[in-house]
Design a protein around this ligand. Structure first.
Ligand SMILES: Nc1nc2c(c(=O)[nH]1)N[C@H]1C(S)=C(S)[C@@H](COP(=O)(O)O)O[C@H]1N2
Ligand SMILES: [Mo]
Length: 516
């Protein structure tokens, strides 16, 4: 073998060896975190910091492209990035173990620092990082010794072929597999949060919502009510926060005469209302599916705030989640006559962990990032001038009223449209003007006149409406557009805008190929 290809071989072997060692450290650290405190998972923490540092347009792009697959994608990027840097540094391993050792120790130190800063200043925050460094460096030493022996063997013509080399490969493969399996084991062993059913039982609401009308019967249209397990999920949490029903508290504080906190049983004992409403994400692109309509049940925020007595001059309520996310809701939206709720149930079932258990805010008419904090811990009355919410510091508008919009559900864009038995194509979807109410929906074919759609029975001003038009369309390509007007007759804006900084706008247009 030539010296240059030998040198290349040594670099590749060093890179792989170091990557396996670091991978083992990371895997064991994930296992340790799962057992000690799931939120100290190093990969999740680095991911969380990455989310925080990602500029809003990039975040939009990723959500737009991947939807809710954004989290696995992010975790994949964090892992790939870490292992790539590791391999680069490890390429010099045959010469010296110093840099690879320092790097693995540094990754462990970063994991500890992130856990201390973002989870808790507690001994449990040290565990994952220490395991990472110890496991990674231990594996590195073992593998390096074997690597050097294999190289000596290769250089010695008298040695019997390849025993050390095979040992290195076997050890590397074994440790690599262990590193990959450890997080899965952690997931399986992670203690499920203990929840005493009596403490979190959701009572009957005092004010029941009227029965939902029958929706339109059109194939491919969104159901009038979104099943809870199909509701979109958007948040910055890589690990869904758990809670202890015995120690859970909601604090109401800030610019109030009478700050106080209540327990979960106290919250559950307060009068509750049911309210049907549409919730959507400001990142929802025109025609997108980051939206759903469900039956919320909860305590009116205005009742909770009245007990605290907000002081004059306050104009915002900053709500905080257990993982540090914040939303800034106009005080007015929480105290006027709309049904802003501390919700504890969706569609008659207690909130799922993903949707904010045990209690979340929901404010009709505002995008989720300004009015729908999940895993709620605090409502702090104050001012927009002094308290700046999570997404506001990242370039999104401080206030986020929902824009009027219509979405075409069927036919699907860029697909074939089949005329029905009557020879006509059903064009249908949903439209929303949350808290103003939908007054009308119209559809346009190519550049033709706008045609009024039939609407589903109105649920309330906070709820979307289904719509349908049945059209005779000549075979071939057509462009369909839809637009909505709110109950006051104001049409949605035709001017196209991206989600940032305050919600996408423009008409939903699709092209379809009508069969002859
Ligand atoms: N704690 C917390 N609450 C949060 C968020 C978050 O990142 N963390 N995201 C908000 C955003 S941007 C939206 S659109 C809604 C989505 O609620 P869902 O996941 O229940 O559909 O939650 C809001 N509440
Ligand atoms: Mo959102």
């Amino acid at each position: 073998m030539s010296t240059s290809s030998q040198a290349r071989g040594a670099r590749v072997a060093g890179a792989l060896t170091t990557a396996v060692a670091a991978g083992l450290g990371l895997g064991l650290a994930e296992l340790a975190a799962a057992l000690v405190q799931p939120r100290t998972s190093p990969v999740s923490l680095v991911g969380a910091v990455t989310i925080d540092l990602t500029p809003p347009p990039v975040k939009d792009l990723v959500i737009g492209l991947l939807g809710t697959a954004d989290k696995p994608f992010l975790i994949g990027c964090v892992l790939a990035g870490t292992l790539a840097i590791t391999a680069l540094i490890g390429s010099g391993l045959a010469r010296t173990a110093r840099w690879a050792t320092i790097w693995i120790a540094a990754v462990g130190a970063i994991a500890i620092l992130a856990a201390l800063l973002r989870v808790a200043v507690a001994p449990s925050s040290l565990v994952a990082g220490l395991v990472l460094a110890a496991g990674g460096i231990g594996a590195l030493r073992l593998l390096r010794a074997q690597l050097l022996r294999a190289q000596e063997e290769q250089a010695d013509p008298a040695a019997i072929g390849g025993a050390s080399r095979r040992r290195l490969l076997a050890t590397g493969a074994g440790l690599g597999a262990l590193g990959a399996l450890a997080p899965l084991l952690g997931r399986a062993l992670r203690p499920a949060p203990q929840v005493t059913p009596e403490l979190v039982a959701v009572p009957e609401p005092e004010v029941q919502a009227p029965e939902l009308p029958e929706g339109l019967d059109v194939e491919g249209i969104s159901p009038l009510r979104t099943p809870a397990d199909e509701l979109y999920r958007i948040d910055t949490a890589l690990v869904v926060p758990g809670y202890d029903p015995e120690t859970w508290r909601l604090r109401i504080e800030g610019m109030v005469e009478n700050p106080y906190e209540i327990t979960l049983p106290e919250l559950m004992a307060m009068p509750m209302v049911e309210h049907d409403a549409t919730m959507l994400c400001v990142s929802n692109p025109v025609g997108g599916d980051l939206i759903g309509s469900v039956r919320f049940q909860g305590v009116r925020v205005r009742d909770l705030l009245a007990r605290a007595v907000p002081l004059r001059g306050a104009d915002q309520v900053l709500s905080t989640s257990v993982d540090g996310f914040t939303a800034g809701t106009p005080l007015e939206a929480l105290t006027d006559d709309r049904e802003a709720l501390i919700a504890v149930a969706i569609n008659g079932e207690p909130l799922s962990p993903e949707h904010g258990a045990p209690a979340r805010l929901f404010t009709p008419g505002l995008y989720g990032y300004v009015g729908a904090t999940k895993w709620l811990t605090t409502l702090s009355v104050g001012t927009y001038a002094e308290q700046v919410a999570y997404w506001t510091t990242r370039g999104w508008s401080a206030k986020g009223p929902v824009k009027t919009s219509a979405r075409i559900d069927t036919p699907r864009g860029n697909g074939r449209a089949e005329p029905g038995a009557d020879g006509r194509v059903a064009v249908a979807g949903v439209a929303w003007a949350v808290h103003r109410g939908v007054g009308a929906v119209q559809v346009q074919v190519d550049d033709g006149p706008w045609i009024d759609a039939e609407l589903s029975e109105d649920v309330n001003a906070d709820y979307w409406r289904q719509w349908v038009v049945r059209l005779e369309l000549a075979p071939g390509e057509h462009v369909l557009a839809a637009r909505a007007a709110d109950a006051s007759g104001e049409l949605q804006s035709a001017e196209v805008a991206p989600p940032a900084p305050n919600g996408s706008q423009g008409y939903h247009r699709i092209s379809v190929d009508v069969r002859g």
